[in-house]
Structures are given as structure tokens and as C-alpha cells.
Design a protein around this ligand. Sequence first.
Ligand code: 0RA
Length: 651
Amino acid sequence: MIVASYDSKDLIVLEGLDAVRMRPGMYIGTTGPKGLHHLLWEIIDNAIDEVANGYGNKVEVVLHKDGTASVQDNGRGIPVSPHPKLKISGVEVVFTQLHAGGKFSDHNYKYSGGLHGVGASVTNALSRYLEVTVYKDGKKYFARFESVEKNGKIHSGIPVIHLKAIGNTTLKGTYVRFLPDDRVFKDISFDFDTVYERLKETAFLNKGVYIELIDERTNRKETLCYEGGIRDYVTSLTMDRRPLFVPPIYIENEIEDTYVSLAMQYVDNYTESIFSYVNNIPTPEGGTHEVGFKTALTKALNDFAKKHGLVKDKDVPFIGDDFREGLVAVLSIKMKNVQFEGQTKTKLGNVEARSRVETICTQGLNEFFASKKNESVGTIIIEKAKGAARTRAAAKRAKDLTRAKNSIEGSMLIGKLANCTSKNPEINEVFIVEGDSAGGTAKQGRDRYYQAILPLRGKPLNSEKKRIDQVLANEEIRTIIGAIGTGIGEDFKLENLKYNKIIILSDADQDGMHIRCILLTFFFRYMRPLITNGNIYVGMPPLYKVKTKDREWYCYTDEELEAVTANIKNYTLQRYKGLGEMSAEQLWSTTMDPARRSMIRVTVEDAVLADKEISMWMGDDVGPRKDYINKNANFNKLDNFENFEKKKENE
Ligand code: 0RA
């Protein structure tokens, strides 16, 4: 058994960590699953930094049966000698000083992802205990930290065993193992899939690094290593989507300590998917590096088209957007002194990155297209861009038409909308309701002061399968756009949003599910800020009503139904097949009244995954969807695949 021993000196050093425990949200965002996994990312990022900088090549992550997680790398080992000022071992600096990781890495690594992170000390602060073993210079060292209770107060991350040599070794590297503190996190179990997806992204971004994930709770083991790096990443992103050529275009170069790599491909659809990273940190808001890449792409492709006489006078002239229709690209850069901007601090701000990325990409692309064997690839891209330019011209005509129509007969177009009286978007809500009859019920049941109702007559168009001009030609879609007020695509303006909550209300059957998918797909592709901003909700009508002589209950899930009916006798059970079966009062009290309803707020945790899944579920390639359903579906609950596809055919 380990006996906790620590002195007052330790407590003073550790005051910073107590602050982390007081306000975990400030350091890891939440104490939900996302925050819990953040603890592990901090440790993994440190190990990856070490191997990605060329020291070692392997990182092993284990989820243990006892609830701990461990990360082992075969790098140089965390420094063990005393820090000149702090007079404590390097290991203790890393795990007890806030942000020490960053300061530490600055001199030791050319680039460091950890700079963005909050540091391994935060993991220590929010753990029951954390142990470190360092293998270095022929010796094995060990240290243990604990969160200990003293005088009714919990002190975080106290070194109860100061770093000491415990034997000899021929190994090198670092092993960290920790138990998240269940007094901080409600649920301390790591999710295999979440960890796996993160490690997979990491493996793609650090080519050749060998990553192993072992789940001892379920005996699962996965090995990840991509010799092709982001080339393999792009290939995996486009696997389900008919790439227009293989392999992806790949560029890699370095200017003044800025290292740039780019892999790109085109697929047979109309969306643009650029996934960019700086020092392995995703930058979903884009930034200067993306601007540099886009400029280079436009320039290189315009030059190619001109050189090969591919544009005729009658053709619509290209703009940059045309070259990005169907583009799937991963841009990964590494640089020093990164500055992040934007709403969620995920946008690169460094101006020097723009010109460096542009120079490297222009040079690389020009070289690629100058080669005789790549001419066909260039021609394919130009043909695709021509299609995009034509559609753009058609879309503009459609948009102008929509705008004109909106202004002339604006009230008529959203005539189906039963608006609310309040003009305050902050409190206003709009329910998008499946079907006229349910729409009517909702209109009667609502609080008309702040609740608007928009009934949908038919099924809206599946926007994943259609070009923007066709999407805009669809009346249901136009009505939705008109009602919400923000506009779409690059015209989108959040400040014009008319309703703070947009609530999709559809039946709890297959058709309802399908309508929900179609609407979410549309919002994801054309009004994505509504999702990232948390304005989109899915309403949850009850599935059952249980009634006895003197009481009734509404149940929203099968589990609830079981719980309610477990202890009562002589009841009648009504299963609601559609919203239309409820009275206005019932719909209000079960589904619309903020005090009693439950709703799902739609968020996007992972843009890469969401993008992939949406094209799998809603795109026109049937194969991947069929595979997925056959692998994962529970056929007792779901109709079979053929049925699902038949429903989709009627779009
Ligand atoms: C700074 C300097 C040195 C190693 C490390 C950091 C290091 C940190 C971590 C975190 C997890 N695994 C790690 N491996 C190495 C090397 C200094 C020296 O050569 O003594």
C-alpha cells in the first residue's frame, strides 16, 4: 500500500491545481464526457508531440478494467533533473505547474500541439491519482500524485511519492496512468469509439507514427499507423463517395519553419470539404492557411485551363468557388507562435501563414499539373468546375427569382407560417411541423405570443442529392428559408435569425424520421451556424399514453413505458402513431410547453464524422448505407433496408 506523505511546501506549489478543481469548466470546458476525455487528450498529445518530433515512433493507449487510462510512448522520457528555479524534478513541473507543458516544449520541439492544450497538470488536478514512470539513461523512475482530503478540503495532484529511481532499464520513454476523479465527473468511463476516432485522426496527421489502443474492459485492440499520412486520410474520407481520380494529389514542403502538407481529391457531389489543422489542432473555422490554399488552387487551375485551351468564350468565367465543388482536402500545417481567433478560437490568425501556404501550394500544384501524366486529372477537375460555374449561374437566376418573389409576395410565400406576436427573436420559437393536420393542432395548442408554427405539406427535398438551384426551387425549402430569416450559404447572417429555437416536430415513425433527417441535412449543408450555435432542436412527442381509472401518464420511450406499467393494473395503452392523434391541449402539455416538454438539441461534435455520415445516409450511393445497416441495424426495431430505401425513392 502507498502511504500518502506530503508537506506544506507541496501544498504551496500546488495551489494552481486547486483552482482547476474549483473551476474545471474554465480548463476543460465541461465535466461531462467531453471534459473527461479531455484529460486523456492532454496526456496523449504530450506523447504524440514527442514521437511526432522524431523521438520514438510508438504510442500505446490502454483503457484499464480499474477505470484508469494509461499512455506509453518510447520517446526520450520526461526530464527527471531538478528545474533550476522551482527545484523540483521535470516530471513534477509537468504535472503540477499549470501550462508547464507548453513552456517546456518550446525549447525542445520545433512545433507543439500542446501549446493549445491546458497541459498535463490539469489531468493530474482532476484525477484521484496519477502515476508516472520514466525510462531514461538506463534508469527507471517513478512518481505518484494524489488528490488528498485534508481538513475537509480536497487538495489536487499532491506528489505523494516524489520522483525517484527505482531500478535499471534498457527501455526509454514515458508511461502515465491516471484515474479520473469521480467527485468531479459524473461518469468516469472512457468511451472506446471516442478515443478510437481521436487516435485515428492523430495517426493520419502524424504519418508513420504507430498508435495502439487497447481496451482491457472488452479485450478490444486496434492498431493505427498510416504511412501515407493525410493522403490516407483523404482516401478514407472519399472511400464511400466515388472519387474522380486516384490517388489524391499530395504536396509537402517547408518555408521558414512553416511546414505545409496538403492532400486533395474530388468526388462526384457538390459540397466542399476542407479539413484544416495547425500543429495537429483542427481549425474548423478556417483562417489564413485555408485562404492561402484556396488562392493557390484557384490560380493553379485557372493557369492549367488557359494553358490547355479548356475555356471557350461562351463558357461562364470561373470564380474560386467553382474549383471547390466536390473538393475533399486535408491541409495540415505546423508552425511556431500560433494565434487562434474566431468565436471558438479555432481559426488561424497568423498572417505569415497565408503567403507561406500559398507559395508552397502554388508551386506544388503547378508542378503537379505540368506533368504530362497528370493532364487527365487537371482536365477532369476543369470539367467539374465548368459544371459548377453553369450551376452557379443558374442558381443566381433562381436566387434572384426567389428574392424578387420574396419581396413582392413575401407574405404569401410564408403564408403557411402562423407567426407569433412577439418580435423578440431571443424568446421566439418556430415549430416546423410535419403535415397540415398536425400543423393545425399545433396552431391551436401553442402559446401564440412567442411560438410560431410552420406546417410542412409534403416532404422537403433531400438537399444532399440536389444542386443548389434545385434545392432553392423547392417550395418547402424556400418557405423554411423565408421564415427563419438568416439567408443561406455565404449570405447567411445569424443576426437576422427570427427565432432563437427552431424545433423540428415530426411523427415518431419512419416517415417522420426521414423528414427529420432531410431537414437536418439541409441545415447542416446550408445553414450550419444554426447548428453550431445551438438553435436547432428536435421535439419529442410522447410515444404512449397509459390510462387508469384515475390517472394518466405520457411515456416518451419504451423504457419509460416499462417503468410506468410495472406497478399498475387495469390500464389502457394508447400508442401515438402521429402528432395528429393528439388534441391541441395534449400536444401543448406533452410536447410544446417549455415547462414540461423534452427536446433534443442538435450539435456537431465532430465535423469530419458528421460530414461523412450525412453523405452516407443521405447521398445517392446506396452501397455504403446498405453495408452499415446490415452491420448495425436492429431489425426488430427498424424496418429493413429495402423499406428504408423505398421511402427514399419517393423524394
Ligand atoms: C521535454 C524535454 C525532453 C523530453 C520531454 C519534454 C518529454 C515530454 C513528454 C511527455 C510525454 N512523453 C514525453 N516524452 C518526452 C527531453 C529532455 C532530455 O533529453 O533530457
